[in-house]
Ligand binder design. Structure first.
Ligand code: TGC
Ligand code: FAD
Length: 393
């Protein structure tokens, strides 16, 4: 038998194709060489680095599953591998990539007109145009079906948008926002593109977050924002919530891989710390209780990775369901958060220092377990799939 590899306990790499390994290696090199050196300062400053999205674009890591428009056109497993490598450094970097790729480019690619796609996608693939996705509102997070933002057709080719969105990743720096609003003409949710600088449209940052500080988050205010109907309305989004949820299926899938990357980073750092730090004249790694924490973290990361890979293969074959995404999003994020928190104990007081990544990952994973549908909301989606009974209302 082969030697055990603490960094790939279940030898998942043997299940990947050569092309997938090459994409993983590109993403890993990019994340470790270009993002890891920046993360501590960006987390401290809650800053936006305008070079990151263009650098991701340069490596072909934005909108990677889209065919054409300068995108790589790779499979879902490759997209997952990219998410895992970025989140190994920080959930905020995976968030930037997910919002750009799955939520913003994904919405335009799936639901936009040819003209909208040609106008926006090439620049977004290069990371020169920043996108954001506005679904959540101050009064409606888990229940977007009750959203209050409205779209009114003026009858002369214009739409007027009114309302507000909150907790929107990248919004303060976005050049283009996907706004989901209830149309006044048929009371159905529809998607609209709103460009930065449009009168009445503003995206102030939400400052002083305690978590996910390397990703900038903001509000969106729409005060009688007038847009041209043919430029703004996403014509192929079917009226209702199905279309924004389709974008979420893809972003949630990426998050399942990202959470694994964050937990793997915690296991790796905790293992090294336990080997280096001595108490009672022995390395911490030689104590049974410490080994249990490492064993639990490594086990859950490995099983979560296998679940994401199975989901990715199913997506690539077109044999998947949203319930499968919920099962894995809920499991992987919940397990990553729980185990990262336990692994942090190995660091004693040092877990509270940003010289170590563990405290940052624990804080970030709280958000990762919350956005794109909370742990409990995914439990309810799964509960509905299992029983046929919906328990949301
Ligand atoms: P429900 O009545 O079940 O469905 C409404 C319509 O949507 C369809 N649908 C889906 N379609 C595709 N994929 C899915 N996963 C779908 N789920 C539902 C459904 O068939 C129906 O279609 P139609 O044609 O009949 O109208 O909807 P509901 O209002 O009862 O919703 C229930 C619930 C709780 C599951 C849903 O609202 C939900 O998922 N809530 C969570 C909200 C959420 O995830 N928000 C995420 C905001 S974006 C974000 O967090 C980005 S963070 C990114 C980052 O920084 O990484
Ligand atoms: P609530 O919906 O108020 O939920 C609060 C609690 O109640 C949760 O524990 C929830 O599980 C529970 N709960 C709610 N309903 C039920 C029920 N029926 N049964 C049992 N329990 C229930 N949104 C975007 O649109 N775009 C973005 O780019 C984006 N980025 C984000 C970035 C960050 C940093 C954060 C923190 C959030 C972001 N979000 C974004 C918003 C995110 O999707 C929401 O925070 C999330 O969907 C939860 O909504 P909420 O915060 O309003 O919580």
């Amino acid at each position: 038998f082969d030697k055990f590899d603490p960094e790939d306990p279940m030898r998942v790499e043997t299940l990947l194709t050569e092309e997938e390994v090459a994409i993983q290696d590109t993403a890993r090199a990019f994340a470790q060489e270009q993002l890891a050196p920046k993360v501590k300062q960006m987390y401290r400053d809650e800053s936006w680095d305008p070079t990151i999205l263009p650098a991701l674009g340069e490596c072909g890591l934005l909108g990677p599953t889209i065919d054409g428009y300068g995108c790589a056109g790779v499979n879902n497993v490759s997209y997952g591998l990219i998410a895992r490598e970025l989140e190994r450094v920080d959930s905020g970097y995976r968030s930037m990539m997910s919002v750009q790729s799955s939520l913003s480019m994904g919405a335009i690619n799936q639901f936009g007109s040819d003209k909208q796609k040609e106008r926006w996608l090439p620049g977004m693939a290069k990371g020169e145009i920043v996108g954001c996705f506005g679904l959540t509102e101050p009064n409606h997070g888990s229940d977007p079906s009750h959203m209050e933002t409205t779209a009114e057709d003026t009858g002369d080719g214009e739409i007027v948008l009114n309302g507000s969105k909150t907790w929107i990743s990248s919004s303060p720096y976005a050049d283009i926002a996907i706004i989901w609003a209830r149309s006044k003409w048929d009371n159905k949710v529809r998607g609209f593109l709103v460009e930065k600088g449009t009168p009445g449209f503003s995206c102030p940052p939400i400052k002083n977050k305690l978590m996910l500080r390397a990703s900038v988050t903001g509000s969106i205010f729409l005060d009688n924002v007038r847009v041209k109907r043919d430029e703004s309305l996403l014509p192929h989004a079917r009226p209702g919530l199905g279309s924004p949820f389709e974008c979420l299926n893809s972003a949630r899938f990426g998050i399942t891989w990202g959470a694994v990357g964050a937990l793997e980073a915690c296991v790796k750092e905790a293992r090294q710390y336990a080997l280096d730090r001595k108490q009672f004249n022995k390395p911490l790694a030689a104590f049974q209780l410490v080994q249990k924490k490492l064993a639990d973290g490594a086990t859950e990361a490995s099983l979560a990775l296998l679940a994401s890979l199975q989901l990715g293969r199913a997506k690539d074959k077109g044999e998947w369901s949203p319930e499968m995404v919920s099962l894995v999003k809920r499991n992987n994020c919940g397990k990553a958060l729980w185990n990262a928190r336990i692994l942090a104990e190995i660091f004693g007081g040092n877990a509270s220092s940003d010289e170590y990544a563990i405290g940052r990952h624990v804080a970030n994973l709280h958000v990762v377990n919350t956005y794109e549908g909370t742990y409990d909301i995914h439990g309810l989606i799964l509960g509905k799939g299992l029983t046929g009974e919906q328990a949301f209302y």
